[in-house]
Ligand binder design. Structure first.
Ligand SMILES: [Zn+2]
Length: 269
C-alpha cells in the first residue's frame, strides 16, 4: 500500500529532485514541439515561454496547434495597457530604490551594475513583467498586474526558469499584494510541469486532431469610457497600494538590518 505523507509534511529535497526530473521531460517535449512547429528564436533556442504558455492556456489540441502555427499573433496588447504597466513598474523601481537607499543599503539598477560599479546589498533589474530583486543570494520577482488578468503559468515559469525564492504579485487594480514562496508552490509546480508536458505530448501524438471553431484570439476592443475608467482606477490604486508593495519587498529581501557592504567596496551614491 502506498503511504500518504501527512498534510504539510513533505520533503523539500525530494520534491526538488522530482521537479528536476520533470523539468527534463518538459524540456524534451518543448524541443520536439519547437522542431515540429518551427518555434525558435534567432539564436536557435526553442521559444519555451511561448510553448509553455500556449500549452497551459488551452485544453483543445486544435487551438493549441493553430496558435503554434501562428505564434506572432499571440501578442497584440493595446499600447494603452502596456504603457500603464511600464509606468507602474517605473514608479515602483524608483520608490523602492529610494526607500532602500534611505535605510542605508547600497542599491543598484542592473544597467548601472553591469558597467563595473562596486558591490551592492540589493540589485534591482526591470524585466518585461516587472522587477527582479537580488540580495544575499535571495532572488525575488515582483510582477505588476495592471489589468484584471493574472496567470499562474507565468508565475510558475519564473519559479522554473528564474529559480526565484518568491514571487510578489502586485494586483494593482484589485489593490492586493500577494507573496508566493517557492517552497509553498513546489507541490503544485511539479503538477503543473507534469500537466504541461503531458498536454505537449498529446499535441505531438495527435497528427490530425478534430478541427474546432473556437476563437483563438480575443476580439476585445475597449471603448474610450473603458480606458478612462481603467486609468482612473489605476491612478487611485497605485497611490493606495504602493506603500504595501515597498514594505513587502523590503521584508522579503531579509536585509539583516544594515548594509553588509564595506564602504570602500560600495557603489558611490
Ligand atoms: Zn479549439
Amino acid at each position: 500500500m502506498t503511504s500518504i505523507p501527512e498534510k504539510g509534511a513533505y520533503d523539500r529535497g525530494a520534491l526538488e529532485a522530482d521537479l528536476e526530473e520533470l523539468r527534463g521531460h518538459l524540456d524534451e517535449t518543448c524541443a520536439k514541439i519547437a522542431a515540429r512547429f518551427d518555434l525558435y528564436f534567432v539564436d536557435g533556442n526553442p521559444r519555451k515561454a511561448t510553448i509553455i504558455e500556449v500549452l497551459a492556456k488551452s485544453d483543445c489540441i486544435s487551438c493549441i496547434r493553430r496558435k503554434f502555427e501562428l505564434p506572432s499573433k499571440v501578442k497584440g496588447i493595446d499600447s494603452f495597457y502596456s504603457e500603464n504597466h511600464s509606468l507602474v513598474v517605473s514608479i515602483l523601481t524608483e520608490e523602492l530604490y529610494s526607500a532602500l537607499a534611505q535605510m542605508g543599503y547600497r542599491v543598484s539598477l542592473a544597467t548601472e551594475a553591469q558597467s563595473g560599479y562596486g558591490k551592492v546589498d540589493v540589485l534591482l533589474e526591470t524585466t518585461l513583467a516587472g522587477l527582479s530583486l537580488k540580495s544575499n543570494g535571495n532572488k525575488i520577482i515582483v510582477e505588476a498586474k495592471t489589468g484584471g488578468s493574472m496567470s499562474w503559468s507565468q508565475i510558475f515559469r519564473y519559479m522554473l526558469e528564474g529559480e526565484c525564492d518568491s514571487v510578489i504579485l502586485w494586483r494593482v487594480k484589485n489593490k492586493q499584494v500577494l507573496s508566493i514562496s517557492r517552497q509553498d508552490a513546489l507541490p503544485l509546480l511539479s503538477k503543473f510541469v507534469r500537466a504541461v508536458t503531458l498536454r505537449g505530448n498529446r499535441v505531438l501524438s495527435e497528427d490530425s486532431p478534430k478541427l474546432c471553431d473556437h476563437e483563438i484570439y480575443s476580439a476585445f476592443k475597449p471603448t474610450a469610457e473603458d480606458l478612462e475608467s481603467t486609468f482612473r482606477d489605476l491612478s487611485a490604486a497605485v497611490d493606495e497600494t504602493l506603500p504595501d508593495v515597498i514594505k513587502t519587498c523590503i521584508e522579503k529581501l531579509d536585509l539583516k538590518g544594515s548594509s553588509q557592504v564595506p564602504l570602500n567596496e560600495a557603489i558611490p551614491h
